[in-house]
Design a protein around this ligand. Structure first.
Ligand code: SF4
Length: 665
């Protein structure tokens, strides 16, 4: 019996309800072996395998024995909460030893006492915070972590941005608050932890910052790994927003208000150079508008270097950066004077950011850096972004994984319920992580899908490409029938906001069931309301296709309105497709279809979260019948009983175990 098997045996004794499953033990053995032999591992573990304990037990043993940190990265906060509150205390109990676990968050989640002090002294907290200030201060005095997630009073987004830590303006050891700085006290705990829990964005930011955020680690488990490659690519993205550049310049010198860093420096030269850069900024982005085809609705690729203003803004920013660096020589971060330290820090931060923007502009004018994809997002009047935003990121996150992360680690375990495409094929995910030499394992879900779940696949839905109007009418008709059949308790999931808004308008007047829209109240509030209301129907988009875990009778129907293909004009997908084609590959088969399969499996996975969950997953997209790939997509889903006719569905639904929601219509 392996060491991890012994622990699972103890678990059965400690917790009589615990049912040891062979799949879970197999996975735990594989993780233990990967850690012991410094190998990488890809494990797809179907819903219900109990994968978190299957990796936590070997991870904790490895961390305790090796006196090292094992990092666990997740995509969702819900999973982090489950690990820290439920699973890790259980692991400590069975190991008979405390497993120290901490959740690490990005810098901007922590209150910065220095910034808060300045805001309070200068009275710049904003009128909206007037009546909430005392309760905020009370919370700060009593809080151990200073994490904004723990504050349950009101604080405006603007206030948060003024009082939370910014990596490049933090004084670190030179700060008078250093010894009791929330962020640094937390970091000290991270350093002493056995298991350090992070989210994918923080892990990706750590990699993008040249491994400067988290403590050293050699072993890592990436749970909910299906989205990690994408998050990693995004962390290396460069964004040039005229609005953000303008804000940065105004922070250096605002000539109208006579405020900003320049006011503290008393340097007419810096003020003049900042004004000059501000003028060039608008000229430059005006030229960009002239160079890009008019497009107010979506992203558009930039395929050749932009002329922009011939480098005038870059030159203006270079001069400003130079002047800031000269000024910086007059100040020291190690000074005893807090005022001087702060000026030094602000000069360093501003000059650094100005330099990054100049480099970014240069990149768009030359496109001379490796394999990157470049595009522009349209202006956004809601955010007052008047010009297109310029964006670029590396084309392949797999290269980053293979060339940047892999050499720094001994063992990486990637796991999720949805890594494979058809018939357990893991090659798509293996490609996405750079074909790292790794073992792989598939552990099937133990849930009785054949008995508990129905997969409804109607054949009479008009294809949207043939008639958008007929398609919308067919969708509305089926959605209405389906939500009445289960008497609510349904998710209706869309791939676009537009489609959700159209259909919800049709459905609302036709039913008495409570209808909730994610787009009207945001995902968190929509989910809470769905849980609070009896028999509710939640209309959601991408964030409800994955990561939402609602067990029991509350959710008894998941209606997927469309196959979740990525929009073909997504700039990164488009660029990857072109590259693949050049090499003789088939972008639809090798990129789009595997992506859609993974998301479809995630969408299906919302329904059955425990052995006793029952219900219907409906897929209202006729392409599963008319396109050659349809069969493969359906075969990739768990083995629910398939139904195509409405009357048959009503009958089968009435026969589901634990069926308790009334008569079928
Ligand atoms: S050390 Fe950094 S984060 Fe902490 S209070 Fe000082 S400036 Fe703020």
């Amino acid at each position: 019996m392996s060491r991890v098997e012994e622990q699972f045996k103890k678990l059965s004794k400690l917790w009589p309800d615990f049912e040891s499953r062979s799949g879970q033990i197999q996975m735990a053995n594989s993780v233990e072996q990967a850690f012991a032999s410094s190998e990488h591992l890809i494990v797809e573990a179907g819903t219900g395998v109990g994968k978190s304990l299957a990796y936590l037990i070997p991870a904790a043993i490895s961390a305790l024995e090796g006196e090292e940190i094992v990092v666990i990265s997740t995509e969702t906060k819900a999973l982090q909460d489950q690990l820290i509150r439920k699973d890790i205390p259980l692991v400590s109990q069975i190991l008979g030893q405390e497993v120290k676990a901490e959740i690490a968050m990005g810098a901007s989640n922590y209150v910065c006492k220095r910034k808060l002090g300045n805001v309070l002294t200068q009275g710049t907290f904003g009128p909206e915070m007037m009546e909430h200030l005392n309760s905020f201060k009370d919370w700060v005095s009593n809080s151990e972590s200073g994490r904004r997630q723990e504050y349950d009073g009101y604080a405006s987004p603007d206030f948060w941005s003024k009082v939370t830590r910014e990596a490049d303006s933090c004084l670190g050891r030179s700060c008078p608050n250093f010894s009791h700085s929330f962020y640094f006290l937390e970091r000290a705990k991270w350093q002493k932890s056995n298991l350090l829990i992070v989210n994918h964005s923080l892990l990706a930011a750590h990699i993008a910052s040249d491994f400067n955020i988290l403590p050293d680690f050699k072993k890592i488990v990436v749970d909910e790994a299906h989205n990690f490659p994408e998050v990693l690519g995004n962390a290396f993205r460069i964004e040039l927003s005229s609005l953000e550049i303008q804000k940065l310049l105004q922070g250096i010198w605002n000539s109208q208000k006579k405020s900003g860093l320049g006011a503290r420096l008393n340097s007419p030269k810096i003020n003049d150079l900042t004004n000059h850069a501000g003028e060039k900024l608008f000229l430059c982005f005006n030229k960009v508008v002239g160079e890009l085809p008019l497009n107010f609705y979506g992203s558009q690729r930039i395929r050749r270097p932009l002329k922009m203003d011939g480098g005038e803004l870059e030159a203006a920013l270079d001069s400003l950066q130079e002047a800031l660096l000269i000024e910086l020589k007059k100040y020291s971060k190690d000074s005893d004077e807090i005022e001087e330290k702060e000026i030094a820090m602000e000069l360093e931060m501003s000059s650094g950011r100005i330099g990054q923007i100049a480099e970014g502009l240069h990149l768009f004018r030359t496109m001379d850096e490796g394999e990157r994809v470049y595009w522009a997002d349209p202006p956004n009047t809601k955010t007052k972004e008047m010009f297109p935003k310029l964006l670029t990121q590396p084309l392949k996150s797999e290269t980053i994984l293979r060339e940047v992360l892999e050499p720094r680690t001994e063992s990486m375990v990637f796991t999720s319920a949805t890594l494979s495409t058809n018939k357990g094929d893991l090659s798509y995910f293996a490609d996405r992580i750079g074909r790292l030499p790794s073992r792989s394992k598939l552990v099937a879900s133990p849930f009785p899908y054949e008995k508990n779940a129905l997969l409804f696949l109607p054949k009479d839905i008009k294809d949207a490409t043939e008639s958008a109007e007929r398609n919308a009418a067919d969708l509305s008709r089926y959605i209405l029938k389906l939500i009445e059949l289960t008497k609510g308790g349904a998710f209706v999931l869309f791939t676009s906001n537009k489609s959700l808004n159209e259909i919800i308008e049709t459905i609302r007047p036709l039913t008495d069931l409570p209808i909730i829209s994610q787009l009207e109240m945001g995902p968190e509030a929509a989910k809470n309301r769905f849980l609070a209301e009896k028999d509710a129907v939640l209309f959601g988009v991408s964030s409800f296709w994955q990561g939402v875990d609602i067990r029991g009778d509350k959710l008894r129907s998941v209606i997927l309105t469309k196959l979740p293909f990525q929009p073909p004009n997504d700039p990164v997908l488009e660029a990857r497709s072109e590259k693949l084609k050049e090499k003789g590959g088939n972008p639809f088969k090798d990129l789009q279809l595997p992506y859609a399969t993974t998301v479809l499996k995630q969408g299906f996975g919302r329904l059955i979260r425990s052995e006793k969950d029952t219900g219907i997953v409906s897929l209202l997209d006729s392409r599963i019948w008319t396109k050659s790939y349809g069969t493969d997509l359906i075969n990739s889903l768990p083995p629910a009983k398939r139904v195509t006719e409405w009357n048959q569905l009503k009958l089968e639904y009435s026969k589901l175990p634990n069926y308790s929601s009334g008569e079928a219509v």
